[in-house]
Design a protein. Structure first.
Length: 76
């Protein structure tokens, strides 16, 4: 293996890792903020602790069942 190939492989791996990190940092935004607000309010009423992982998961499922969806947004 030549040095060029070695460095090209390392560069490609680093670019893939950077792309994965960027995708993780993108912010998901609700397509219907009113429904998301109602789902969060229902989660606050149902769970003693909000925000929590369980309450957020429940709110997201409730929002989805109400017909809501998510879209990728810009980082703030």
């Amino acid at each position: 293996m030549e040095y060029k190939d070695f460095y090209r492989d390392i560069l490609n791996e680093n670019l893939q890792l950077a792309e994965e990190v960027f995708n993780l940092l993108e912010k998901n935004t609700p397509t219907d903020p009113d429904k998301w607000s109602k789902a969060k309010a229902a989660a606050r009423a149902k769970f003693d602790v909000y925000p929590s992982a369980y309450a957020n998961l429940w709110a997201a499922k409730k929002y989805k069942s109400m017909g809501g969806g998510w879209k990728k947004g810009k980082n703030d």
